[in-house]
Write a protein that binds this ligand. Structure first.
Ligand code: UDP
Ligand code: MG
Length: 153
């Protein structure tokens, strides 16, 4: 399977609830590789660009207010089929529909405060990674000397 990169945000609710480690741990345990991780305050400009597809939805203003309300952890994870894998690990958009074992199914109750964001396609991932990270912030594991055995097809 093709190695992919995907953008994940640990949203303000999860950062405030002390869930950073638990969420990072799930992606690490699954075998994805972290390419970038930073704690940051999302600006209104970044939030509006990131959630551009939802600009005409009734929940857009609340979404931008929430994601800019306190720090998030922005991350890029890499691995075979990483985009769909992260989405599967996250669960459904509404935590009420997320099975136990998924991040939202185990850690969230609220649709608005649903703990994590994950890119929904490879195209979205490429667009979103660029919004949150400069090229220099993205680690190149294959040329890093870390000696990791990269996942095979
Ligand atoms: N959202 C909301 N109300 C809705 C639909 C979505 O507050 O009726 C929020 C929810 O937190 C979701 C985010 O808007 O995570 C982005 O929506 P999307 O449909 O892209 O869901 P996701 O890709 O995060 O699962
Ligand atoms: Mg989405």
């Amino acid at each position: 399977m093709q190695s992919e990169r995907t953008l994940v945000l640990i949203k303000p609710d999860a950062v405030q609830r002390g869930l950073i480690g638990e969420i990072v741990s799930r992606f690490e345990s699954r075998g994805l590789h972290p390419v970038a991780i930073k704690l940051m305050q999302v600006t209104t400009d970044i939030a509006e660009r990131h959630y551009h597809e939802h600009r005409d939805k009734p929940f857009f203003m609340g979404l931008v207010e929430f994601i800019t309300s306190s720090p998030v952890v922005a991350m890029v994870w890499e691995g075979p089929g990483a985009v769909a894998m992260v989405r599967a690990m996250m669960g459904a958009t509404n935590p009420a529909d997320s099975p136990a074992g998924t991040i939202r199914g185990d850690m969230a109750l609220s649709l608005a405060m649903n703990v994590v964001h994950g890119s929904d396609s490879a195209q979205s991932a490429a667009r979103e990674v660029e919004i949150f990270f400069s090229a220099a912030e993205l680690l190149d594991w294959e040329n890093s000397g870390a000696g990791w055995i990269l996942a095979e097809d």
